[in-house]
Design a protein around this ligand. Structure first.
Ligand code: NAP
Length: 448
């Protein structure tokens, strides 16, 4: 007698969710997997977080799409779980287990005065804007001022700075929506100031990404380190930090250049407030820091003001709490043990997490593979003891979605939208041009 497959829902079709879906297919017991995403397009952070000019990095979608191609896994796009969509309690009636892979979408704040002014953004919203996320494509951040401040010393800060420093011709060859390209074409930005609170030996950039800043066709890099590098910085043990330091030392000794744009790496500077005029950012005040005898960064009380019309803080993310699941506000993650969701230290049957919502916003895309494998191993080990769903037939889920007024986009629907984006790309000599209007995305996916 054949065994009915256990039903697992993966919420979130980004890299962490899709690695989990692939891992579920390695199960020895039959498992049927459905991947839900609130957007009609899959790939999450690869589509809406990886910088548009990082075309090679996006090729990971060839791996991520594999389970959908032979239809081993179902895609249910345009399905929001939670408020305004289908409730998690309803979803649980249809599945033995649910894997939450919804990432970390909330921008952390600096907690300084003026942060709420127009022209001040978290990197999550700013990156989502240029990546053509339907919720943010109309953000239209002001690019009418020559100065921009980007706060943070991680790869997201580099992505933001690079996109702002690239020429419009370079950006036309990427997948940014036409609306974004038009804004970049009209950009008055000349000086991008990356504000780094610690020293050159502490940055979290990866060397390959830092090198790209030095290789920009239309921008020079200027290092502002108060002579720290020339005086000699103790060699870090970490190989990547050593590479970063060598690059920064070389740039610090450079003679500058005549490129139309400049990326300033300003070390030992912490933002203390944003000033505004008519409700809009007009400058950012930074406090100079020093490194004390114990290697700690301490403020000197000395302030500097930079004239900027746009501030982007790239200082990390937190997950959005999931109604019905516990949440740790301090870490911005769902408490878990190896992917098993914990409530008061006890596993919640059938609830799992993977990716940034599980471990926090760290690591590269590939990090999510091992992370998903760990979660799925826990899930498969638990499966024999999990209570069966009360409404296990796939048709019953479709009925519940219809009752909630949701018409899901299946894989074929996504492929229709995908083909249209590739066609539009051909008109701009890009691999694709994203469709960023949600209604238009749905129309294309449904072929209406
Ligand atoms: P991140 O690497 O954690 O960097 C965050 C930065 O924000 C740190 O430099 C941190 O400084 C700084 N920061 C935090 N709070 C601050 C404050 N109050 N004031 C000033 N600075 C503050 O985070 P991320 O850049 O958002 O990247 C997230 C993850 O995605 C990382 O693992 C990253 O490598 C990865 N990623 C990879 C790529 C790529 O491979 N191309 C691209 C984008 C992102 P301290 O160091 O002093 O704490």
């Amino acid at each position: 007698m054949s065994q009915d497959p256990a039903r697992v829902a993966v919420i979130g079709a980004g890299p962490s969710g899709l690695y989990a879906a692939a891992a579920l297919l390695t199960s020895e017991v039959p498992v049927s997997v459905e991947v839900l995403d609130r957007l009609p397009a899959p790939y999450g952070l690869v589509r809406y977080g990886v910088a548009p000019d990082h075309v090679k990095m996006k090729s990971v979608i060839r791996v991520l799409q594999k389970p959908f191609d032979p239809a081993l896994v179902e895609f249910l796009g345009g399905v929001r779980v939670g408020t305004g969509g289908i409730g998690l309690d309803v979803l649980r009636q249809h599945f033995h287990a649910v894997v939450h892979a919804t990432g970390s979408a909330v921008d952390r704040g600096l907690g300084v005065p003026g942060e709420e002014l127009a022209g001040s953004y978290g990197s999550g919203e700013f990156v989502s804007w240029y990546c053509g996320h339907p919720d943010f494509v109309k953000l239209d951040p002001p690019l009418d001022h020559p100065g921009v401040a980007v706060v943070g010393a991680g790869n997201v800060a580099l992505d933001v700075a690079r996109v702002l420093a690239r020429s419009a011709a370079e950006m036309a060859a990427t997948d940014v929506p036409d609306r974004v390209l038009d804004a970049l074409r009209g950009s008055a930005v000349r000086d991008v100031h990356i504000l780094i609170r610690r020293g050159p030996q502490h940055v979290r950039f990866t060397p390959a990404e830092l090198r790209q800043i030095g290789d920009l066709a239309d921008a020079d890099v200027i290092v502002h380190d108060d002579g720290l590098l020339a005086a000699g910085v103790a060699e870090p043990e970490d190989r990547r930090q050593k590479q970063n330091l060598a690059m920064l030392t070389e740039w610090a000794g450079g003679a500058g250049g005549t490129a139309p744009r400049r990326v300033h790496l300003r070390f030992l500077r912490s933002p203390v407030r944003l000033n505004g005029e008519n409700g809009r950012v007009s400058s950012i005040v930074v406090e100079r820091n020093r490194i004390d005898e114990d290697g700690r960064v301490v403020g000197t009380g000395e302030e500097e003001t930079l004239a900027v019309g746009l501030v982007v803080r790239a200082i990390g993310y937190a997950a959005e709490p999931i109604p019905g699941l516990p949440f740790d506000a301090a870490t911005g993650t769902v408490p878990n043990d190896g992917g098993r969701v914990l409530a008061d230290g006890v596993p919640v049957p059938g609830e799992y997490v993977t990716g940034w919502i599980k471990r926090g916003p760290t690591g590269v895309i590939g990090t999510n593979k091992g992370d998903a494998n760990e979660t799925v191993a826990a899930l498969l080990a638990d499966l024999p003891g999990l209570p069966p769903p009360t409404r296990p037939e796939p048709a019953q889920l479709r009925e519940a979605l219809a009752a909630a007024g949701i018409r899901p986009v299946d894989w074929t629907g996504w492929l229709r939208l995908d083909a249209e984006e590739i066609r539009r790309g051909g008109m701009r000599e890009a691999e694709r041009v994203k469709v960023a209007d949600l209604a238009e995305m749905l129309e294309m996916a449904h072929g209406t």
